[in-house]
Ligand binder design. Sequence first.
Ligand SMILES: Nc1ncnc2c1ncn2[C@@H]1O[C@H](COP(=O)(O)OP(=O)(O)OP(=O)(O)O)[C@@H](O)[C@H]1O
Length: 470
Amino acid sequence: MSKILVVDDEPSICWGLSRLAESLGHQVQVASSAEQGVTLAAEFHPDVIVLDVRLPGVDGLTAMKLFRRLSEQTPIIVITAFGDLKTAVTAVEQGAFEYILKPFDLHEIRTAIERALRRTPPGASAATIAASSAGVEGMLGCSPAMQVAFKRIALAAASEAAVLLTGESGVGKELAALAMHRHSPRATGPFVAVNMAALSANLAEAELFGHVEGAFTGATQTRRGLLAQANGGTLFIDEVAEIPPSIQVKLLRALDQGEILPVGADRPVKTEFRVVSATHQDLHQLVDRGEFRHDLFYRLCTFEISLPPLRDRPQDVPLLANYFAGQFGNGRAVLAQETIDELLRRPWYGNVRELRKAIEHALVLARSGSVLPSHLPAPLPSFQSSSSPKTAEGRLNEAVTELAQSLLKNPELNGDVYDRFLQVVEKPLLTTALSQSGNQCAPAARVLGLHRTTLKRKLDQHGIADGGAE
Ligand SMILES: Nc1ncnc2c1ncn2[C@@H]1O[C@H](COP(=O)(O)OP(=O)(O)OP(=O)(O)O)[C@@H](O)[C@H]1O
């Protein structure tokens, strides 16, 4: 029997967790504030602490330090309904064993408690990293999908894993890479960013690996490449799918061996960095088609973080719009409710970058006071031409029409077309939502707007396995 301390000011959570822990044969104590929890912990010596973040009086993240003073090793499972990037990063920095978003399902918390109890050696918890002086300002999001992304960013920051950030242009991939660097143990080292789409194949080699004087026409002096400049820090490779094949081989060698050969040099140079890359393309598909080396892909993608398009997280639109209005208007401009309504109607094909520019544009016109819909620029087109749709939505439209035509033509499906249609389109939706939510049912259900039990039933129907906790 183990001892579990639950610290939460919501009686229903305390009750549910107590029943769960007791059903697993553990002894439970509950506290409704951090102060009470610390007093109890001093006498009760819990094996695991389940700690809410938002508490009356001392908040949970501050209380982690007090619990740590009592016992360095006791795993702390942090639970929160208010997951932003700062909370996630702080929880990981303070050595939280697990970080779980409310509402959670009992399976998720049960798995976390069982894992925490199995953990014996010190250091098996999420890595404790030195607190970074840099802030986590600037990356905002209150949607469930962004809270999941923040958690993954915080976990990845504390590790040395090669991270692949995926998502459409303007969703914040570079911002996420920078946040990861600033909160990594390499924060005091350099953050070097390179956009592969901006480099021609000729330039790419010299830019990345450097060159010696006289290596080619115009190489009037020896120059360190970006990989050498990233030594001790983080290399961010944006538009990674654009790396030319000849450079892919050289990059793989550099990552594997920790050294590079500058153009024209006869001796390699040592460099050691953590690599974070980003793409808006489907890199898995490029690997399948043989257009991107699979060995390099595996080297670059130990951990994938997908940032959702802004149109799939409307909750973030008012938050971001007000933030940008504050930034560009120096606090003198206010977005009218009609403007927020208009922003919520737009598809934001250019994502947060487009929203930021739209607010900047509106503030130039409005100057100060109320920002009205008429101050906004026209929305960006979806880049979809009628002859060749390029967006996912455009391609989907075509595919759905084709599928509908074929189902409607099939006499055997008479009266069943709707169900069959849903069966076909539901599965990829559920699979994608689940994988983007770290294979966890609760956050996937939240993003989809389904009840957890409904989602579980649908997953069973489609034979899709959810992985429980991460
Ligand atoms: N969550 C966010 N909170 C605040 N600002 C954001 C957020 N996401 C993106 N931005 C802002 O939107 C702009 C675009 O972000 P960023 O360059 O990181 O996107 P990206 O996905 O790397 O785009 P691309 O693929 O085109 O390089 C930046 O000005 C960034 O600061």
